[in-house]
Design a protein around this ligand. Sequence first.
Ligand code: GAL
Length: 428
Amino acid sequence: MNSLSRLAIVVSLASVFPLSALAADSKGSVEVVHWWTSGGEKAAVDVLKAQVEKDGFTWKDGAVAGGGGSTAMTVLKSRAMAGNPPGVAQIKGPDIQEWGSTGLLSTEALKQVAVDEKWDSLLVKKVSDTVKYDGEYVAVPVNIHRVNWLWINPEVFKKAGIEKAPTTLEEFYAAGDKLKAKGFIALAHGGQPWQDSTVFEDVVLSVMGADGYKKAFVDLDESTLTGEQMVKAFTELKKVATYMDPNRAGRDWNIAAADVINGKAGMQMMGDWAKSEWTAAGKVAGKDYQCVAFPGTEKAFTYNIDSLAVFELKNKDDMAAQQDLAKVALGTDFQKVFSMNKGSIPVRTDMLAEMDKLGFDACAQTAAKDFLADDKTGGLQPSMAHNMATTLAVQGAIFDVVTNYINNPQADPQKAASQLAKAISSAK
Ligand code: GAL
């Protein structure tokens, strides 16, 4: 069964168990389901909570732990099924369209806010299209994350005798060998499916370029999925995996980030929410740590846009709380403070153009510059591992193949490529 029909079942069940009206607080309340629970992420979401509360509304925190959000998505589906969805939930990419088609998202709540705040002119079309359903905003985008980063501890590099950040896969392996030889973890990593696939998509991008990446993960083109280049990507993935922390099983991404921050590991492949951990630890970009595009992906930008979707509510006060949250979320003050804490960049184009003036660090300035440049060249591509490129069903099929492959050193790259194509075709 594809995810659309699964969501259709959610809707029919939701009509059997009608929305339970939440008791209204004085000025309305909003429950927000999200998965921002690491130290750095929490600091970021607390900015939104504080502003909504300052505006007189009640914030009900619906945090569900688990990086990448798959647990949060499971919780959200079961709540929707029980007729008790929250007012707002973090939903991203094509999944927004699926939720939209269930009729559970509100096409009314954000109408006026979007006009008053001129959202259409503030956002790149690719972004506004993602958060609209049937031509109406059903979600507010809050930031832009870049996924294809490599995080480096320069002190550790120095101790291992590595002179510069790698720019090719060969240099990456050479750095990894030196780190291992000195007893460091070369590549900090958490063995969870979404983290494995974050690494996989970086490697695919490096080997196949933005064009090949798009054919594989956006177009789901069968000949690309089974082609020679994909086999090469799996071959490189196997090599990358030899540098991963051997004790990675089940490890959370922020614990892996802490290994690099604390000088136990040299590198981590992770989106720039990893920067939130460096920031929370009081470290400075360009000085205490380095952010570079994963080798071979300098001309590309895999984007991951966090967005908060609004569910249909009956209570007018609670709708007012949703509207307040949405207005705050795209306001300049919030966009700046939130992204500085979260490691992302603002989603407002007017802000992207003046990142240095706004006081953003070197990593964020590079990200903004590359986002705008790569949008013009085709280098800007949606992240598969972070729900931006495909449906959750297809993503889940890819996750399974990749994680099994990484955990089996005997696995054959050629077979993996054909398994990938098969798994995707049955999940479509
Ligand atoms: C991503 C999400 C980020 C960050 C990360 C780790 O999918 O977009 O905001 O939270 O997961 O949990």
